[in-house]
Design a binder for this molecule. Structure first.
Ligand code: KG4
Ligand code: ZN
Length: 334
C-alpha cells in the first residue's frame, strides 16, 4: 500500500492506494477562506492541525495501519513553501519511523498522473492541458516518463483569472465554481472579450489582458452578472480548448489529457468532449473530485515512478520548492 499526502496550498489531503493505484481511502479538507484569499501562515498551521487525524481516519477507513504502508509520498512543490513543509515533514517522519521509502512528488506531474494506470488507458503520443489556480500549460508526452513543456501562461493562470473575475463580481474566493454556476444562466455572446496570445497556434497563454477587459466591461455597469459570467467563461474555455486541440492535431496525438482545478468547469468539459469526438481522439478528463488538489494524484505519480524504477526514492533532505521552471516535467524530487 502507498500513503500519499498533499499540502501544496490550502487543501489538506491524504490517500491510501493499492499497488494498482486503486483508491482504498482518501480525504480532502478544504480550509475555510481567510480574508478573501490564502494566508500562507494560517494555511500551514491548519495543515499541521488536521493532517495527523486525517491520516489516521484514512488508514482506519481502509482497515489498515501505518505498518501496512510500503511507500510514503508527499508533494514537494511547487506551492506555498510553509504548507509544503508540513506535509513533507510529516510524511518523511512516518516513512522514517517505519523504515520505508519516501518519495517527494512534483505537484504539476501529480495533476497529470491522476490519469496514470498500469492498464494503459492513455495511448501515446499525447498532449496535456494543465489548468489550475497556479498554472496553465500545455505539455507533449511520448510516455509517462517523457513530459515536455510546449507553452505556459505568461501571466495569470486560468484558475486565477476565474478567481479574480469572480472576486470582482463578489462571488467569493476561490470563485471559479461560483462563476461557472452563474454562467449557466447568462448569454455567452453578450460581452465582447478579446482572445489574448494572438492565435490558437501559439501554445502560450495570457489571461491578464482578458481579466482587465472583463473588469472594464463589468465596471461599465452595462451587463448583468449572468451575462458577464457566461461571456467570461466562454472566452476562457474557447482559449483553452482551441490551443489544446491545435497542438493535438499538430502532434498527431492518440490521446488528449486534461487536469487541474479548472477542468471541473462544466463548459470546458463539454467543449473538450465535443472537440475530442470531432477529432476522433481519446480524451481523459479527471472525475470532478480529482480535478482540484487531492492526494490520489500524488500517490499515482509515486506509483508511476515505482513502476519505472522499483527502488525509486527521494533523500530525506528533499526540500520544499515554490516554483517549477523546467521544460521537462519530472515526477520525483531529489
Ligand atoms: O488544481 P487546483 O485545486 O489548485 C492548484 O493547483 O492551483 O485548482 C484550483 C482552481 C481555482 O482557481 C478554482 O477557482 C478553479 O480551480 N476551479 C474552477 C472550477 N472549479 C475549480 N474554475 C472554473 N470552473 C470551475 N467549475
Ligand atoms: Zn493543484
Amino acid at each position: 500500500m502507498l500513503l500519499s499526502v498533499e499540502t501544496s496550498c490550502d487543501d489538506s489531503a491524504a490517500a491510501l492506494l493499492d499497488a494498482e493505484g486503486r483508491v482504498l481511502a482518501q480525504e480532502v479538507f478544504t480550509q475555510p477562506q481567510h480574508m478573501g484569499g490564502v494566508v500562507p501562515e494560517i494555511a500551514s498551521r491548519l495543515h499541521m492541525q488536521v493532517l495527523p487525524d486525517m491520516v489516521d481516519r484514512v488508514l482506519a477507513s481502509a482497515g489498515a495501519t501505518l505498518g501496512d504502508v510500503s511507500h510514503f509520498a508527499a508533494t514537494a512543490g511547487p506551492g506555498l513553501v510553509g504548507s509544503l513543509l508540513v506535509g513533507l515533514s510529516y510524511t518523511k517522519a512516518a516513512a522514517m519511523a517505519r523504515g520505508r521509502s519516501f518519495l517527494g512528488i512534483n505537484h504539476l506531474a501529480a495533476h497529470i498522473h491522476i490519469h496514470y494506470s498500469r492498464s494503459g488507458d492513455v495511448r501515446f503520443p499525447a498532449v496535456v492541458l494543465l489548468a489550475s489556480g497556479g498554472h496553465t500549460a500545455l505539455f507533449h508526452m511520448t510516455g509517462w516518463d517523457d513530459c515536455r513543456l510546449l507553452g505556459s501562461t505568461r501571466d495569470d493562470a486560468a484558475g486565477e483569472a476565474f478567481d479574480k473575475t469572480a472576486k470582482l463580481m463578489n462571488l467569493g474566493f476561490p470563485g471559479g465554481r461560483a462563476l461557472d454556476v452563474l454562467a449557466d444562466r447568462g448569454n455567452p455572446d453578450s460581452v465582447d472579450l478579446p482572445f489574448p496570445m494572438g492565435s490558437r497556434q501559439s501554445p502560450e497563454f495570457s489571461f491578464s489582458g482578458l481579466k482587465t477587459a472583463a473588469r472594464l466591461c463589468w465596471e461599465s455597469g452595462l451587463y448583468s452578472p449572468e451575462d458577464m459570467a457566461a461571456s467570461f467563461r466562454a472566452r476562457v474555455c474557447d482559449i483553452l480548448s482551441r490551443k489544446l486541440f491545435f497542438q493535438a492535431r499538430k502532434h498527431r496525438v492518440l490521446s488528449v489529457l486534461a487536469a487541474g482545478g479548472v477542468t471541473a468547469n462544466s463548459l470546458l468539459r463539454k467543449t473538450l468532449i465535443e472537440s475530442a469526438s470531432r477529432m476522433g481522439v481519446r480524451l481523459l478528463l479527471p472525475p470532478i473530485l480529482h480535478t482540484t488538489d487531492n492526494a490520489v494524484m500524488v500517490g499515482r505519480a509515486a506509483l508511476a515512478e515505482l513502476d519505472a524504477d522499483p527502488s525509486a526514492c527521494s533523500p530525506l533532505s528533499c526540500n520544499a520548492f515554490a516554483r517549477w521552471n523546467g521544460e521537462g516535467l519530472v515526477r520525483l524530487c531529489r
